[in-house]
Design a protein around this ligand. Structure first.
Ligand code: HEC
Length: 203
């Protein structure tokens, strides 16, 4: 009888201990995090994403970009992230405050994208890269996402946003390749990926 009581008390302590350690303590440490105003710029971090970038985030999720790309920069001493130019500082919990769900990623077949919007600011480059990665980034093994584009008959002049493709990828004469709205939204999302605001806890 005595042994059974001890057994159940042990189970209770094990569950209560893990609840304190895994639920309660993180809630105390991180549960009340809020966006902060950055004194240097007067802007809030993390900023709210514009609508197009929020839609683009769903495209990013839907097409599994996170299977090959992480969005987390490790501190110096934990890997070569800063040497690879993946971010000016490590990422911290506050950077992900507005993300639901957080797209940290688990694999790094491609570069970390936490600061993709700082490294490559040219929307046309991103569109070309999605259509034909190796064209924008020689030697790339990233798969193309051509279904985010459509080939259609060109009007009198070239439409704004039509891709500038070399002969081997060019559409049939009289046609042009145009990004679909999902591709434009996705690129707006990529251009907004910045985790560089100087936060005190990231120093
Ligand atoms: C099968 C793995 C794989 C998938 C899936 C993938 N990528 Fe990539 N990505 C790569 C590799 C490898 C590179 C590095 C070569 C290059 O620049 O193309 C890369 C590079 C990039 C870069 C350039 C980053 C930089 O700073 O140089 C961007 C932006 C990017 N990918 C966005 C995306 C988006 C958006 C998606 C989803 C639509 C995606 N990737 C899906 C493998 C992948």
């Amino acid at each position: 009888m005595k042994g059974r009581r001890l057994f159940f008390a042990g189970i209770l302590i094990a569950f209560a201990g893990s609840w304190f350690g895994l639920v309660y303590a993180p809630q105390i440490q991180l549960g009340r995090l809020e966006a902060v105003e950055i004194a240097e710029t007067g802007e809030f971090h993390p900023p709210a994403l514009p609508g197009s970038a929020r839609r683009g985030r769903e495209v990013y999720r839907a097409h599994g970009c996170f299977y090959c790309h992480s969005q987390q920069v490790r501190p110096p001493g934990f890997g070569a992230d800063s040497a690879r130019n993946w971010g000016p500082r490590r990422t911290v919990a506050r950077d992900y405050l507005r993300d639901q769900p957080v797209l940290l990623g688990t694999m790094r077949t491609g570069p970390d994208l936490a600061n993709a919007g700082l490294r490559q600011t040219n929307a046309a480059w991103h569109l070309l890269h999605l259509y034909s990665p190796a064209l924008a980034s020689p030697g790339s093994i990233m798969p193309p996402f051509r279904f985010l584009f459509e080939t259609r008959k060109a009007g009198a002049g070239r439409s704004a946003g039509a891709l500038d493709l070399p002969a081997e990828l060019a559409p049939p004469a009289g046609c042009e390749v145009i990004p679909k709205p999902a591709a434009r939204d996705l690129v707006d999302y990529l251009l907004n990926l910045k985790a560089a605001a100087p936060l005190p806890e990231a120093r």
